[in-house]
Design a protein around this ligand. Sequence first.
Ligand code: UTP
Length: 294
Amino acid sequence: MASTVRKAVIPAAGLGTRFLPATKAQPKEMLALVDKPAIQYVVEEAVRSGITDILIITGRGKRSLEDHFDRSFELEYYLEQAGKFDQLKEMREIAEMANIHYVRQGEPRGLGHAVLVAREHVGDQPFVVMLGDDIMHERAGVLDSMLDVFERHRGAVVALKEVDPQEIQFYGCATPEAIDDHLVRILDIVEKPAVESAPSNLAVMGRYVFPPSIFDALDQVQPGSGDEIQLTDAIKLLLADEAVYGWTFRHGRFDVGNKLDYLRATVELALEREDLGPGFRAFLAGVARREGLG
Ligand code: UTP
């Protein structure tokens, strides 16, 4: 079913403390996976799903994000003079992918606060939220499936993935009621529960589809876990009034704000590349032999 949702909000104002020192003077969303910054994968995913308008929530030290999606006339001139027309085309396409807007969060007061900053831009329409450091593999089709659920049920949809029970303390955690294979209704949701009291091991991942009513909920939320305005707390308020759904998936998500996941993402994406894959695979096979793996 073709989606009617056209706007995406990409919160990218966090400090990225888990990836220091690399993120001291550059945004984590600009860390390269092979040869593309993480946030470009997120924008490409949005565009593939029919999104035409993207609002990136930025903060101090995030200007390189804006430069990346802007034209670079000096670079284009150089590439043209050098006859590097393929690269020239690729650079122009980055600047023309979608209508990209920016707004600053001011202070990183939490993901919920970052989304609330988007209120005026989004207006009275459904929209998606895509975390700028969560990469979803194209094959997983997570956002497309979530938009499909939204069109059928007209309720908020949250991406959910089972995690190791010890890991649930780092995520939002849902209490689900099964509807079908992938779809659940969310009965309750809590941010970063203690391992012993977590209602499930279904963790919230960085993709959401929201009706505009999420903004009223966010308005009412007080600072919660980590003294931040939590998006999870607003979802909890929302589900007291309307149905909220969860789309469960298993594979293809990388949190590139986490060093180990960043390495995994780099390896997986490099292996799939036609130009780099064969050489890289041979290199990895050599490493595996040397290390006595596999
Ligand atoms: P994270 O908790 O992963 O981001 O937030 P962080 O705070 O940058 O990371 P660490 O823990 O210090 O390493 C999830 C998403 O929400 C955004 C982040 O940029 C990230 O995309 N975010 C978080 C904001 O935009 N504003 C905030 O105040 C907090």
